[in-house]
Ligand binder design. Structure first.
Ligand code: URA
Length: 198
């Protein structure tokens, strides 16, 4: 794959519009063997400027709730479906998602997390491969195959949703607490992953 070492894309020109709008490619951050991998939609202006996912207001909310759940940002991996900022923060197109899909799959394979947490509608639909009503399905855990491997995917509201609608905060906190539990289960002795079964 062009310019990818498993985790990091160094060079890519697959999406002409995103090559125009981006200042840089925003790769995932966090340990290469993290138990929890968060997947957002695409970098915004702050992320594009700083070269890290979730460093704006959404990132502040994520950091705060991670800490409440006993998870430090430095202990989890955070990435996006699409690594370049779309113009005017529009949603990534189907083609852009598909162009970047191999990079995301390669990162999921390399990290091999206990749980993949999808932040918002775009990553939830992208990884579950169906329509997702995120506010209704937040906290639901699905066993799915991603690039041929069995994975656990936990649907979560986007942290920005808690800023627009305070009533989403509790749902967000509960889902992050579930992610922390799942990570602890897998990491501890006798962790009970059922993934080998399918
Ligand atoms: N929103 C996202 O989906 N990803 C980011 O990296 C920042 C905000």
């Amino acid at each position: 794959m062009d310019g990818m070492d498993g985790l990091t894309v160094t060079d890519c020109e697959r999406c002409p519009a995103l090559c125009e709008s981006r200042s840089r490619i925003v790769n995932g951050t966090g340990p290469a063997d993290a138990d929890v991998l968060f997947v957002g939609e695409a970098p915004g202006a702050n992320e594009d400027e700083q070269g890290e996912p979730f460093v704006g207001r959404s990132g502040d909310v994520l950091d705060e709730v991670l800490l409440e759940a006993g998870l430090e940002r430095g202990a989890v991996r955070i990435t996006n479906c699409v690594r370049c900022r779309p113009p005017e923060n529009r949603d990534p197109t189907t083609e852009e998602l598909s162009n970047c899909r191999g990079y995301l799959e390669s990162e999921i394979d390399a990290v091999d997390p206990e749980v993949v947490v999808t932040l918002g509608k775009v990553p939830s639909q992208h990884l579950l491969g169906r329509d997702v009503a995120v506010t209704k399905e937040a906290g639901n855990l699905s066993d799915v195959r991603i690039a041929g491997e069995p994975r656990r995917v936990l649907v979560c509201v986007h942290p920005a949703a808690t800023l627009y609608d305070r009533s989403q905060r509790g749902t967000f906190e509960e889902t992050i607490a579930t992610a922390a539990d799942l990570a602890g289960e897998g990491a501890g002795e006798g962790g009970q992953s059922r993934l080998g079964e399918f």
